[in-house]
Design a protein around this ligand. Structure first.
Ligand SMILES: C[S@@+](CC[C@H](N)C(=O)[O-])C[C@H]1O[C@@H](n2cnc3c(N)ncnc32)[C@H](O)[C@@H]1O
Length: 329
């Protein structure tokens, strides 16, 4: 359809119109769900001026970028509708924030954040932005999930640009799905801005490739919190890398279950705590020894447990001086 419209325009109208259509389509796609909040007259205004000039010059990529930034500004300057952005803040290092996440945080009227979002990332928010720390502790203190959902809805109903900032990726053990469903039910416009999950960033920062030709052809991300939820036989029988999040409290159970269901006690394992931050701490041991090694090293949350042959590569690939303990694997 778009191709036919384009052909028709090319045949009947100046070429720039067809190119403008292409630029608009590309910006529309990149805006995702947020595009539904932009009115036709706002599109028309944004397509004029510099966007039109760049398009005329054949600089379609630049024109798209310019259009996108004009539309985003329009979107966030619009006082009539609130928008909730469920934003992944990455694993801790502020440089691992995506460009889109940065833009949303800078433009936010209200930032609703978790405990694990680093102070450096929060510092990108405007000093005028309202801040709500709704972090839940490992033992369930802090706001309830229902309180958080209600707060997001209230703020959006006040017409605010709300950024719900979560560690890592909002949809990886971040309860982002529940919040998205609550917003959808309440008819609140929202978008999801994916983030770099600690599930992948922590092994990477510790020099552990989660897949590696000849060593691991799959990666499974599991919770270490609700250990009764797993089919341990199935988990142990996968030959690839296993990554457990929220693993510290039940380390003994996790390792015992994996060994009990067939993973060798000698299998390489690693714990990576505070990955990508200045407090990063890596402990390497065999699967049979990692729980004791982690305890001796004083490991506490947040940390991920990585189990699989590639964990042994950490000894060679981790940045120098980052292993506090390395037990023979
Ligand atoms: C509630 S889950 C949230 C996960 C997050 N949504 C993500 O995608 O990274 C919290 C767990 O993520 C892991 N985690 C988060 N940040 C981490 C970091 N910087 N280093 C190691 N583990 C981290 C820990 O296992 C922690 O217990």
């Amino acid at each position: 359809m778009a191709r036919r419209v384009r052909e028709h325009l090319d045949a009947t109208l100046p070429r720039v119109w067809g190119d403008l259509l292409e630029v608009a389509a590309s910006a529309r796609e990149q805006l995702g769900q947020a595009r539904t909040l932009i009115e036709p007259d706002q599109w028309q205004a944004a397509l004029g001026g510099e966007v039109e000039r760049l398009t005329e010059n054949g600089q379609l990529e630049h024109a798209t970028e310019r259009l996108l930034s004009k539309l985003e500004r329009t979107l966030f300057d619009s006082p009539k509708t609130g928008l909730v952005s469920l934003v992944g803040a990455g694993p801790g290092d502020p440089e691992l924030l995506t460009l889109k996440a940065l833009r949303r945080v800078q433009a936010a009227d209200a930032v609703v954040h978790d405990r694990l979002v680093s102070a450096e990332v929060l510092a990108f928010a405007s000093p005028h932005a309202e801040r709500y720390d709704v972090g839940k502790s490992a033992h369930g203190g802090g706001s309830t999930q229902r309180d958080i959902e209600r707060l997001l809805i209230d703020l959006a109903c006040q017409g605010k640009r709300v950024v719900r900032l979560k560690g890592g990726d909002p949809f990886v053990f971040g309860r982002g799905g529940e919040e998205a469903l609550a917003l959808a039910r309440a008819g609140i416009p929202f978008e999801v801005v994916p983030g770099v999950s600690a599930a992948l960033a922590a092994p990477a920062a510790a020099g552990i490739p989660v897949t590696h030709r000849g060593l691991s052809s799959s990666v499974t991300i599991a919770t270490g919190h609700d250990t009764s939820a797993h089919d341990w036989h199935a988990l142990a029988q996968t030959s690839g890398t296993l990554v457990f999040m929220m693993a510290v409290e039940h380390l003994d159970t996790i390792c015992a279950q994996l060994i009990g269901h067939g993973r060798p006690t000698s299998e390489p394992a690693a714990i990576v705590q505070w990955a990508t931050t200045s407090k990063q701490h890596i402990v390497l041991a065999s699967l049979g020894g990692i729980a004791t090694a982690a305890r001796e090293a004083g490991i506490e949350a947040p940390a991920v447990l990585v189990v699989g042959p590639t964990a042994a590569l950490s000894g060679r690939l981790a940045p120098e001086g980052t292993h506090a303990e390395a037990v023979a694997v």
